[in-house]
Design a protein around this ligand. Sequence first.
Ligand code: HXC
Length: 303
Amino acid sequence: MFKDDLFAGRRVLVTGGGTGLGLAMAERLAGLGAELHLCGRRLPVLDEAAGMLRGRHGAKVATHAVDIRDAAAVDAMMETIWSEHGPLDCLVNNAAGNFISRTEDLSPNGFHAISDIVFRGTFYATQAAGKRWIRDGHPGSVLSIVVTWVWTGSPFVVPSAMSKAGVDAMTKSLAVQWGRHGIRCNAIAPGVIPTEGAGSRLRPQDSQQDQLSAQNPTGRLGQPQDIGNLAAFLLAPDNTWINGQTIALDGGDHLANGAYFTQYLDWGDAEWQAARERIAARNAADRAGRTVNAPASSAAGAD
Ligand code: HXC
């Protein structure tokens, strides 16, 4: 689909790039010659991903243990990249947090846990890259991962839906504001592309994958290469006039079926309790592997 060296000499930061969709995009770009920077909260996970990218693609890869909820840490990471490697060419805002919950059951901390990552953290990363691009007169490209619920809304993931809608608004706004600096901002709104991190927090009772495949107009769910290919297209160096767009990548699913998670409207207390316990176990395992956390002043629920 692309020239093998399409991204040769290009430097790309993927937030949350150690796993899931972030790693899928990083791998596609590494295969096309990009230098990759991966950031996340679990350094061993990032380093394992980096090793894989080096082994399979001979890519140059650096890792950064950073929680994007920490604005100062995000800025320090950008400074390290700029001073030790050189300016970024592309930023992929992929890092996210999410879990299903009845909105009436959410604590303020629960709301912050998601919105501080998705809404604020995405802004911190975008601003830290953008201000350096503008200062240096260096063109740049921002690609943010949202979800089709920026159009449909979605029950039971309201903090995520609100935050992703904010990222969609940022994409359109900065496309206009920063276009004159040679900075493009676009977004991908994927449908269901199964990953362990999202599946364990959004469909914690059973996989439902057969039903989701059957109801998709294309008869299948997304695959990592679907998002890798679209990311490569949108970030491609010669692709300089697509700006301010959020592109659905879901096989037409949201047009056919609308919002996700309406099946949970039937759940009662027992199902929600079971889901909460399984999500809590998954979150605890994740936390145990983290090598950085947001500082108390910006951690979930601190204000
Ligand atoms: C209600 C919950 C909860 C649940 C956590 N909380 N899980 N409340 N129901 N199931 C509450 C906790 O009780 C706590 O509030 C607060 O949230 C913070 O919880 P922590 O576990 O301490 O938070 P933290 O360690 O900061 O973890 C953040 C996280 C976690 C968002 C909760 O899930 C995470 O780090 N996720 C990253 C990976 C991820 O989520 N990937 C999926 C992305 S999918 P109290 O009041 O008790 O202190 C996505 C959309 C894709 O983005 C869509 C595809 C179709």
